[in-house]
Ligand binder design. Structure first.
Ligand code: APR
Length: 237
């Protein structure tokens, strides 16, 4: 029998227990900077060194943290389900936990691309360079001679992977949302593409502003909430 398909949408909350701060939690790295300065396209053109420095710090932080039990539990779902993770996170913790299909909606901190690179529809252009946890500074140039910039979807830029994400959600039999305040569109509207009758689970310790009768809110932190979710899946199978 074909495996049921689970689409998992994650946000900063899934990585919180790894020690990475959320965006709207007002602590950690994001609490020290104005997102409009370090995560918007205007901010990039205004002050490239500041933006590069911010992502250098983020990469360094990423090299010091590990996937937590929630990332691992999401990866383990693949034993019984056909799972695709759609993440708003720019960290690589889902990959490091072993998830085999991860679609990044907002880019990846460990990658850079030329500032004037050609944008292809798949957002996987050959010009993207994996720098791991290394620093990238002013004067670090791509083979085409242009300044390297973070491979991040800045505020003010299109979200090239959104169509792929919609297709994944439309094909899902079960939808799981973990640790996102659902404030930022188009990601926040993705669950609405779930087919009729598809159960939607949301794991978040806080109230999240979604009003949809299909949603079962598991009001727990990601690690604990994943245990509850897996139990619910077993009970309903
Ligand atoms: N487990 C699960 N959820 C948690 C935990 C935890 N341990 N700790 C916090 N949360 C929840 C918060 O309650 C909140 O609802 O995670 C959510 C984090 O929300 P945001 O900080 O708004 O992060 P996110 O939704 O991922 O932001 C979306 O905004 O700044 C942009 O591009 C950035 O991808 C990001 C997007």
């Amino acid at each position: 029998m074909a495996k049921l398909r689970i689409a998992v949408l994650t946000g900063a909350g899934v990585s919180a227990e790894s020690g990475l701060s959320t965006f709207r939690g007002n602590n950690g790295l994001w609490g020290e900077y104005d997102p409009q300065e370090v995560a918007s396209i205007e901010g990039w053109y205004r002050n490239r060194p500041l933006v590069l420095g911010f992502y250098n710090q983020l990469r360094k932080q990423l090299s010091q943290v590990k996937p937590n039990a929630a990332h691992l539990a999401i990866a383990a779902l693949e034993e019984e389900y056909d799972v695709t993770v759609i993440t708003q996170n720019v960290d690589n913790l889902h990959e490091r936990a072993g998830s085999s299909r991860v679609l990044h909606l907002h880019g990846e901190a460990t990658k850079v691309r030329p500032e004037d690179g050609i944008y292809d529809r798949n957002y996987s252009c050959k010009e993207v360079i994996d720098v791991g946890y290394d620093e990238v500074n002013i004067g670090d140039l791509a083979p085409n001679g242009s300044q390297l910039r973070p491979h991040i979807v800045f505020f003010g830029e299109a979200v090239p992977n959104i169509e792929k994400a919609i297709n994944i959600v439309q094909a899902a039999d079960i939808m799981l949302i973990v640790g996102t305040s659902l404030n930022v569109y188009p990601a926040a509207g993705l669950y609405r593409y779930a087919r009729n009758g598809v159960p939607v689970y949301l794991i978040d310790p806080e109230e999240v502003a979604v009003y949809d009768s299909r949603i079962t809110h598991i009001r727990e932190v990601a690690t604990k909430g994943m245990e509850t979710f897996v139990k619910m899946l077993k009970e309903n199978s």
